[in-house]
Design a protein around this ligand. Structure first.
Ligand SMILES: Cc1cc2nc3c(=O)[nH]c(=O)nc-3n(C[C@H](O)[C@H](O)[C@H](O)COP(=O)(O)OP(=O)(O)OC[C@H]3O[C@@H](n4cnc5c(N)ncnc54)[C@H](O)[C@@H]3O)c2cc1C
Length: 468
């Protein structure tokens, strides 16, 4: 952990852990062991998978192996948007038909409430507030994209989504220059670290064994290998999202994409009166290099966006240290949105990694021949999606082991979807860097020209990225 000239804490995993306290690390794996299911990774995906498996079949011996501590990854560092977005829906509609994609979307809408329900049932005080998601447009090009996006979501069954003009938007949150916004009720603000800590405790109460400080060096059919011993189990589930590239044989599976965040000091009542935001919606925009933000439980603004998007060779960071230029860029967005905060101090900055598949589609899979399973590739919308993915993975294990039948979830279009691998270096690095240079250039052009059509660098970048 460090601090910058401005006094902001830099790294230290995240503000969320600084705020709520880093947990004492659980004991590592003591030696050779066996289980019915071994879960690699103690983020939301791994913990939710363990939770639902143990609820479904209480006699199952489930072991979670976590390299550092639960929540060390994106699950303890994210923006706290618990919302119904799911990466890959439109491609799934093309591949499996619209009805299958609508089922996935409906399941995602319900997932927001499922997380809120379990948090209440397990006594997890995760700072949840279901104020919905508000996404604003601040340029004509963003507005054109927003209208199209709004219409697409309504067509996917979100009849409760609302489109606001400038005045109605200001009635919710006073974002400078906002031309309008779209709002969905299917979203909640969450304190990420409190959720992951509470979930780990809930999982332990059910009888799941969690070993922390235990890096898995190899995943093979029937075993997860660590420096302290091997855990043998018929099912080995990889729940390592943005860290997956570090595992043997997985370098080109999901690209570790970086995202960075800042949080302000607590705002004064006068500042909040200027800004509004009484509904505590999660807040985002329609820029190509988009921002996301929340009003925190303790009255700060936490805001994130792309920093250095990708490191050569799929390397991931260590403790979330963030470049000064990135902190400055995020602060600039904050002040552009809320000019009243021109003098505000950034209290903490950090970064984390998320997993991006080559076709930008989230997947859940269980290979019946080997017992190897995985879930992830959420592309930045994993806070809620990880819950649905974990329930899906749990159902697949129950189905395969004869402890359950087919369910609505085992029939979702993301089950056993195969994705091609990313290009080898240096193409990967050049491609992703080029992508974000193009997105930023497009955002700037759109701000300067005021044209309603998405700027050409973004359209070209989307095609190269394989996003559409
Ligand atoms: C800065 C940031 C902001 C984000 N904001 C949002 C948001 O607002 N809303 C949203 O929906 N999504 C957001 N996301 C994405 C979301 O946080 C992730 O998709 C989600 O947390 C993924 O959960 P996970 O459990 O799959 O992965 P992770 O939380 O990354 O967990 C993986 C775990 O596996 C462990 N691990 C890795 N390798 C090994 C190994 N070899 N052996 C043992 N353990 C290992 C890691 O230490 C880690 O704890 C954000 C991500 C970032 C980085």
């Amino acid at each position: 952990m460090g601090s910058s000239a401005s006094g902001a804490v830099n790294g230290g995993v995240s503000f969320w852990f600084a705020d709520d306290g880093l947990p004492p690390v659980r004991a590592p794996l003591p030696g050779e062991a066996s289980a019915d299911v071994v879960v690699v990774g103690g983020g939301y995906t791994g913990l939710w998978t363990a939770y639902y498996l143990k609820r479904a079949v209480p006699s199952l011996r489930v072991v979670v192996l976590e390299q550092r501590f639960c929540g060390y990854g994106a699950s303890g560092r994210n923006g706290g948007w618990l919302y119904n977005g799911v990466a890959g829906r439109d491609r799934y509609a093309r591949l499996h038909g619209r009805e299958a994609a609508v089922r996935l979307q409906r399941a995602m809408n319900d997932t927001v409430d499922e997380v809120i329900r379990v948090a209440a049932a397990e006594g997890i005080d995760a700072g949840l507030h279901k104020g919905g998601v508000l996404e604003v447009a601040t340029t004509p090009a963003q507005w054109a994209r927003l209208e199209a996006y709004h219409a697409a979501e309504v067509a996917f069954g979100e009849k409760d989504r609302e489109l606001y003009g400038a005045e109605e938007t200001a009635g919710r949150v006073r974002v400078a220059g906002a031309l309008g916004s779209t709002w969905t009720p299917h979203g909640a603000r969450v304190h990420p670290a409190r959720l992951v800590k509470g979930l780990a405790a809930a999982v332990e109460r059910l009888g799941v064994v969690i070993h922390e400080g235990t890096p898995v060096t190899d995943i093979r059919p029937g075993r997860a290998v660590t420096p302290y011993g091997t855990v043998r189990a018929p099912y080995v589930l990889r729940c390592t999202e943005g860290f997956t590239a570090a595992l043997r044989g997985q370098r080109r599976t999901w690209l570790p994409m970086n995202s960075s965040m800042i949080v302000t000091e607590p705002l004064t009542e006068e500042q909040w009166a200027e800004i509004g935001w009484a509904g505590r919606e999660t807040l985002g925009d329609l820029a190509h290099a988009y921002m996301y933000a929340q009003r925190t439980v303790d009255g700060r603004i936490a805001l994130g966006g792309r920093g250095v998007p990708y490191r050569f060779g799929s390397r991931t960071d260590y403790d979330g240290r963030t470049r000064a230029a990135t902190v400055g860029a995020l602060r600039e967005i904050l002040v552009r949105f809320f000019p009243v905060l021109a003098g505000v101090r950034v209290a903490h900055a950090w970064s984390g990694v998320l997993g991006v598949p080559r076709d930008w589609c989230t997947t859940v899979a269980l290979d019946r021949a080997t017992g190897l399973g995985w879930a992830g590739g959420y592309v930045g919308s994993g806070v809620a999606t990880s819950n649905l993915a974990a329930r899906t993975l749990g159902d697949l294990v129950c189905l395969d082991s004869g402890q359950g039948g087919p369910t609505e979830l085992t029939g979702l279009p993301w089950v056993n979807h195969r994705v091609r691998r990313w290009e080898p270096e240096p193409l990967r690095w050049l491609g992703v860097r080029g992508l974000y240079v193009a997105y930023r250039a497009a955002d700037r052009r759109e701000r300067v020209t005021g044209r309603a059509r998405s700027s050409w660098p973004a359209r070209a970048a989307d095609r190269v990225a394989g996003r559409h």
